[in-house]
Each structure stands twice: as C-alpha cells, then as structure tokens.
Design a protein around this ligand. Sequence first.
Ligand SMILES: Cc1cc2nc3c(=O)[nH]c(=O)nc-3n(C[C@H](O)[C@H](O)[C@H](O)COP(=O)(O)OP(=O)(O)OC[C@H]3O[C@@H](n4cnc5c(N)ncnc54)[C@H](O)[C@@H]3O)c2cc1C
Length: 393
Amino acid sequence: MHDVIIIGDGPVGSQVAYQLAGQGYDVVVLGKKEKPGGKVCCTGIISQACTNSFAIKEEVILRRVKSARIFSPSGSLIRLWRQENQACVINRSVFDTTMASQAQSKGAQYMPSRSAKDITINDDKVVVGATHDGKRLKLEARATVIAAGFGTRLVEGLGGIDDFVVGAQVEVETRGVDEVEVYLGQKIAPGFFAWLVPTSPSMARVGLLSRHNPEFYLKNLISSLHAQGRITSYQGSPSYRGIPLKPLTKTYGKRLLVVGDAAGQVKPTTGGGIYYGLMCADIAARNLGWALEMNNLSAKSLANYEREWKKKLGRELKICYWGRKFYEHLNDRQIDRIFDTTKTNNIDDALLKADDLSFDWHGKAILRLIRQEVLAKTLATMKIPFHIGTKFS
Ligand SMILES: Cc1cc2nc3c(=O)[nH]c(=O)nc-3n(C[C@H](O)[C@H](O)[C@H](O)COP(=O)(O)OP(=O)(O)OC[C@H]3O[C@@H](n4cnc5c(N)ncnc54)[C@H](O)[C@@H]3O)c2cc1C
C-alpha cells in the first residue's frame, strides 16, 4: 500500500508530490494524459513573487513583464508600469513537465494514462479506482489528494463550486506587440476581460473569459485585432477550459484533501490559479505530512489544512469575488466613467505607489478604489444595483 495517491499531474499535484516525496513518503501521481505537460489552455502569467517562492526554472520562462496596457470599452488607455519585473510568461507545457521531473527526483512515482474514476474511503485505507488502456485497476494508499483541476467529479460529496467562467485562448502571430494588453467591455468579454500576451517578438496568446459564447467573443476579438494589423495570423484551434470563481465548499475529508483548481483556489478577479494553487499545495503537503506521521488521518485532523489555507487566502478571495460581481454589473458607459475618473485623478498612480496594486493580491486595491472619495462620488451617481458598503471579515 502507498502512503499517498495524488490524482492529477498538473503543477499543483506535482508540487504536493514534490513536498511529500521529499519528506520520505511513498507517493504515486495519477495523470490521465500520456505524460505531464502537452497542450494546456493557460496564458501562463505568474508573478515575480511566485517565480521566487517556487524557484521557477529559467528554461520555463518565455518573457518577463514590467507593464500592462489596459483599454476601456471606448479605447481609453491606462498603462501600468513599474521599474522592476512584475511577472513572467511561462511555457505551461514545459512548466508542467519540469514540476513533474522535480517530484520524480524526490522519488514520486508517476503513472500516466491512468484516469481516476472513483474513490472509496475505508477506516484503514483509501481505494482509488482508475482506468488504464480500457482496463479497470485499483490502487490503495493511506490517503489521497485530489488535484485534478476544475470540473472533476471526484469532489462530488464535498459541496460544490458555486460559480465559474470559461476561458478561451489561441496562439497568434503578431506585429508590434511588446506589452501585455487587457481589453475591457461588455461587447468584448461580457463581465470579464480579454487579453493579448506576447510570448516572443512575433507570437502572442489571445484569449478571454466569458460566461457564455466564448467561441463567438474570441472570434470577434481575433477579427478586430486582425483588422487593426496587430495579429497577422493565428495557429491551431482555440482551446477552452473552465475556471472556478469560488472555492469548493469543503476541501478535506477523512484521508482526503482537495487542492488547486479542483478546490477553487483561484483569483476571482483574473482567473489566475497557479500561485494560489502552489501555495495551497505546500500547506496541504505540510498538514498531510503531519497527519501521516501521527497516523491520524481523520477529517478532524485534516481540517487544519482548510483552516490554514483559508487564513491565508479566505478574505482575499471574498473581497475579490465581491469586486468581480461589482464589475459584472457595470455597463460599458459606467466602466468608461470609472476609467476616466481613475485617470484624471491619478488614482492608478496612487495605487501603484502605495503598493496596493500587487500582481497576486487585488483585495487591498479594490477596497482602496471604492473608498476613494472622488470615485465613490462617481459611483453614487451611477445607480449601480449593488451595495458598496460591504464589510469583509
Ligand atoms: C484560458 C486560461 C488562461 C489562464 N491563465 C492563467 C495565467 O495566466 N496565470 C495563472 O496563474 N493561471 C491561469 N489560468 C489558470 C491555471 O491554468 C490553473 O489555475 C492551473 O492550471 C491549476 O493547476 P492544477 O494543477 O490545479 O490543475 P490543472 O492544471 O488543471 O491540472 C490537473 C491535471 O489533472 C489531470 N486529471 C484530471 N482529471 C484526472 C483524473 N480523473 N485522473 C487523473 N488525472 C486527471 C489533468 O489531465 C491535468 O493534467 C488560466 C486558465 C485558463 C482556462
């Protein structure tokens, strides 16, 4: 019997595997693909803090990012810029492969082409049922970690994820794009945003988030950027993937933890989940390591994991979800007005200088924005069907 079966060979599953195998546990990682990596629908922007904390290898990084150009629905521009690198764009496929290799170097055993189908929790062990080459197999361990990404059915019974959005993306050839660009507007990406992220001098990722018709909006975006001469051609077919906007109701159980997108540990403002997922992977591995050592894998013992990750991220996720819902209620005219007020009163500069606008933590900036007197006055005249004075515990 193994110590831990990790279901999911994405970055989060591999980080849990790396940490637990590093503590000397017998760890098996199940992945439904032929090998970790391959085509992943992800823009791959991670902060400098994430790169530093998780020692992201140089060969994974395609490009560093110091600035972003944000366009309002009417085309007004705010350029956010800092002297130091704020983020980098990674090659997701190479990243996933590297994370898996690091876990393997600590002794984790990868079993590709195994799709986990069910989990049975007994008093003394966990049995994971999976398929391999059309055949059924069963694996046993003392505990299991679900890191199978968003939408996995394996978390049924732990409540659910109440809200999600679909991300759509395609690789394009570009001309003259050297900064990250973000486009706002209900006609571009209703309630969300679209992006153009250069990965090299002639290539970029174009994508958007939308609750409905992502294909339609992505096609429109590509046509518009093509007409402007920004995109010269696009390669391959677009890819689509769900992104959770709220955490899973319960992320632990007897002999069980849920981590990463499967647990909804994602920034509700942008849909970015790599950094939060990796942070939670470390918290999961630490708590599961203790529980294995004490041989106490009860739900009560593993509840510490949820307490710890919620202490770190819970308030931030609540504020950012509130900010997200607020933004979704705005029409293009209202977004333009907020944009203009921000620009003419240099609120963007103030946010940058106060260090409130961090790549990973948006809660402080949201709270500062809604408390800005001049912005509050603008909002008060806009008749938004939304309560501004919410308190976040
Ligand atoms: C369009 C788009 C753009 C994004 N851009 C960014 C970005 O710029 N920055 C950022 O931080 N985040 C971004 N994200 C989010 C980011 O991709 C996820 O947060 C991240 O991949 C989560 O990692 P994970 O390991 O939890 O899950 P995943 O990466 O989804 O990995 C799960 C793995 O488990 C495997 N698996 C699934 N089910 C089973 C099963 N039953 N048995 C065995 N294996 C299984 C899957 O094949 C997969 O390899 C983006 C997402 C989308 C859709």
